[in-house]
Design a protein around this ligand. Sequence first.
Ligand SMILES: NC(=O)c1ccc[n+]([C@@H]2O[C@H](COP(=O)([O-])OP(=O)(O)OC[C@H]3O[C@@H](n4cnc5c(N)ncnc54)[C@H](O)[C@@H]3O)[C@@H](O)[C@H]2O)c1
Length: 396
Amino acid sequence: MLPDGSTEHMLRLFSILEFMKQKMRLGIIGGGLMGREAASAFGRWFVLENFPVQAELVAVCDLQDKLLEWFKQVPTVKLLTKDHQELLRSPDVDVVYVAVPHNLHEKLYLDVLNSGKDLLAEKPFGIDLNASKTIHEAVRKSGRFVRCSSEFPFLPGAQRAMQYVHSGKIGRIMEIRSGFWHASDMDPNKAVNWKRQNKTNGEIGVMGDLGMHVVHVPFRMGWKPLRVYAQLQKVYTQRPDGKGGMAPCDTWDNAMLHTEVLINNEEVPMRLEMKRLAPGEMNTWFIEVLGTEGGVRFSTKDPKTLWIFERGKEQIWQKIDLGYQMPFQTITGGIFEVGFPDCFLQMWAAYAAERAGELGTRFGCATPEEAVLSHELFAAALESHTQKKVVSLARA
Ligand SMILES: NC(=O)c1ccc[n+]([C@@H]2O[C@H](COP(=O)([O-])OP(=O)(O)OC[C@H]3O[C@@H](n4cnc5c(N)ncnc54)[C@H](O)[C@@H]3O)[C@@H](O)[C@H]2O)c1
């Protein structure tokens, strides 16, 4: 018998608790940029403190040998395959993360649901509105737990911005801006890839690529556009094909969606910005909400800073230094810095917690309904741009 409170006693208790945790055994389809990012999140799952679910990556499917080879480093992976149906037949997989080009979303998401497994789907949740509706209907019929990827709202700055708006200190909201900017396409010599062609990325272009990230927080705050006027731009119409020639690059590079949302029976302008050609912006996600009494601003450009506005005798923007305050507690010190892998892990923690019924009041991943709503907005934006008119979004 070990004395209560001794180190050995605590360790034994800890291992019993670990054993009792629900296991989430994962399969990845698409082991490219995001598939490997997900593997990294599962690989350091143990940093989550007092977390009710254990995650284990057990199977990976990709078409490329070099990527399958890469996943051999992960000791828990038992199945490596080029056939996604083989992964879906595996009784060892509970949840599947699908991170493939957009033209494959619909087929693969439906295959996952038909196999009876849960899904974390990458955005944009189908290549277009029709695909997203078909997937949504299949989700509804299957009863499986499905969420769509969008990780930036899990950053401390984004969480604090939402808390600030909920606090009511902002007064009457006058204006909202939400955006995601990239600069890498500023280089005209960057080779074309599937994200830069309509047939694989979708006609919605940059909106499919960056849009879910931009609408997740506004939608969750209840700010759903009543109408949209869209300005879409194609700047480079061809790019090097990587084989010495040129290839068509027909996607929209930049999108500015001017919308209005209803807040307390007042129409409020909300601008949504998605850009692949934003000079000097590596990977800048931001949200800004301005009100009559206060305001809040957060950008990953300055990831440790939250700006809060206060209208007093003087008009003051206060700068708050942020630490590592995440929705799901980890072993990382509260004064340390956050980064992309951290918010991606938090998103997965939210997925696992919600699936296990343990999310509580914490922020959850984007839902299939929010993903379909984003597609309704993007489809309306395409129509708006083509016809140069404001397009209404029907609201029940
Ligand atoms: N959440 C984010 O921050 C974020 C960032 C980048 C991309 N994405 C999204 O993730 C998804 C994938 O993007 P990526 O950047 O990882 O692309 P990627 O090109 O790096 O990876 C895609 C992988 O899918 C594999 N693949 C293609 N067809 C397949 C099939 N039939 N079966 C199995 N594997 C197949 C390819 O070999 C490739 O390795 C897209 O939906 C994209 O929009 C999300």
